[in-house]
Design a protein around this ligand. Structure first.
Ligand code: ATP
Ligand code: MG
Length: 458
């Protein structure tokens, strides 16, 4: 708060002069007028900026790096913009690789850190026609180099279009980003509706930044979102997955989810889940609890996996499909056991989900394992619990069981039993197993060989 008030003072002073200084070009915040310090930047980013500059090129830090430093936050990554072509950048750095076919970018590698260096782009082709567009107005080609100013106007939000000039340490603002940082507003550059048509993912980005920074979406940038969600249907499923990760793994999953529902965007990412949330009592409570749980883990620095999120998002559908399935074993004619029904239900739910947003196979498989292991917690005879604990998905499946129990889906006593079982020594474990009701009774015998074939989780 203290920082904000201090900052708003100098920004007010600045904006009394703003109009005159912007008529002749961008607003330029000199070194003494902003709070960005090179000490808070990655050393490697500073190295790249300096080397480019010494090579005779202009070099700017841009995007989230500048925005976050202006807000006293730690940037996730540092992007650099320059007038050097990718080949010229490559000539300056031994540790540089050029990537991308549609638009070439230079990646400068420093161990695990990559500094992305992009040549200024115009978003226009040489004849000043708008970049190539699909029938719906989506930009298909925008690989034309441009000036710093053009590069600024093609970016998404004003707060993302600020440039920190390594030559003189000023901040360059063509689009009003400094004022919007001060007003805490996410404002689309240009005509919002047109820009959402060009790239519908910008709607998801607006929501993500609003939640992450605690900003409001400026009204004319906000209004079109309510009605343009269906444009997300044109976005490749894998790109939506990438955005999903950024939105749900940054520590604000619950709030992001609520905002996505508010703007009617969630239904285009997880259509089946959205229907379940509207139809099934308890589905919303479960999912909210799961997202809250993810946020708590992120805050505590604990590892998270997209598989758990996917398992939670699709659970209601999987649970219902498995519960209602009457599928029979082809030979015995018996109804399939619950874990097999869960396996099939999971496969069907994932197949349907893939049409909108698709995740890498390994996470889909892991989600499926989490689901089909749920009934195995009931089996607590002899060495069964001990063996289950050695299963590579035991921990994830157990966390899922606890979550279910917390919202009344499944047996709270069962979840508590497993919590205790993991905490006590082996003598106490033997006693716990003996004390499970019905564990004293003789086992009902089934044909082991047949069971092996159909119980896929073992
Ligand atoms: P963060 O990295 O913290 O998520 P960011 O703003 O750096 O936020 P990136 O996805 O790293 O986001 O993109 C870097 C910059 O590229 C953005 O700040 C923005 O200027 C520009 N940009 C990214 N995506 C788009 C887009 N879809 N349309 C226009 N400009 C974009
Ligand atoms: Mg970034």
């Amino acid at each position: 708060m203290r920082m904000n008030r201090k900052r708003s003072g100098w920004i007010k002073r600045l904006f009394s002069r703003k109009e005159s200084s912007r008529k002749n070009g961008p607003l330029i915040l000199e070194r003494s007028k902003h709070s960005i310090s090179r000490r808070k930047m990655s050393r490697n980013a500073v190295k790249v900026l300096n080397r480019l500059n010494q090579g005779g090129y202009s070099a700017y830090l841009v995007g989230g790096g500048v925005r976050d430093l202006m807000l006293d936050r730690s940037p996730k990554d540092f992007d650099v913009a320059t007038d050097a072509t990718p080949e010229q950048v490559k000539a300056l750095f031994r540790n540089c690789r050029l990537i991308g076919r549609r638009f070439r970018l230079a990646h400068v590698h420093f161990g695990r850190e990559i500094i992305e260096v992009a040549t200024f782009r115009s978003g226009q082709d040489g004849t000043a026609k708008p970049a190539e567009q699909s029938e719906q107005g989506m930009v298909l080609r925008d690989n034309i180099y441009g000036t710093l100013e053009e590069d600024a106007w093609r970016r998404d939000f004003t707060i993302n279009a600020l440039y920190y000039n390594i030559d003189g340490f000023s901040v360059v603002d063509y689009t009003g980003g400094v004022a919007d940082i001060d007003a805490r507003l996410i404002r689309m550059i240009g005509d919002p509706e047109q820009r959402y048509h060009e790239d519908p993912v910008r709607m998801l980005r607006a929501v993500r930044f609003a939640v992450k920074l605690g900003f409001n979406i400026e009204q004319s940038s906000e209004q079109p979102i309510f009605k343009l969600g269906n444009l997300l249907e044109q976005i490749p499923q894998a790109r939506l997955y990438e955005e999903f990760l950024k939105m749900f793994q940054a520590g604000c999953a619950l709030e992001t989810f609520e905002k996505l529902r508010h703007y009617s965007l969630f239904q285009y990412l997880f259509p089946h889940t959205n229907r379940m949330l509207d139809e099934a009592d308890g589905a919303l409570t479960f999912l909210s609890r799961a997202l809250e749980n993810t946020d708590l883990r992120v805050a505590a620095g604990k590892p998270i996996t997209p598989a758990f999120l996917i398992a939670a998002l699709l659970w209601e559908e999987v649970r219902q499909l498995a519960a209602s399935s009457q599928a029979k074993h082809p030979e015995s004619g018996e109804r399939l056991p619950l874990n097999v029904r869960l396996h099939h239900a999971g496969r069907d739910a994932l197949r349907a989900q893939r049409k909108s947003l698709s995740m890498p196979k390994r996470f889909a498989i892991m989600a499926q394992e989490i689901w089909e292991l749920q009934p195995r917690f009931e089996r607590r005879r002899g060495r069964q619990p001990e063996k289950f604990m050695e299963h590579k998905r035991f921990r994830a499946a157990y966390d899922f069981l606890v979550l279910r129990a917390e919202v009344g889906d499944g047996d709270k006593k069962l979840a508590d039993w497993w919590t205790e079982y993991q905490e006590v020594d082996s003598a106490a474990r033997i006693k716990m197993v003996r004390d499970v009701p019905n564990n004293g009774k003789p086992r009902k015998r089934r044909s082991r060989s047949r069971k092996k074939k159909i119980v896929s989780s073992e």
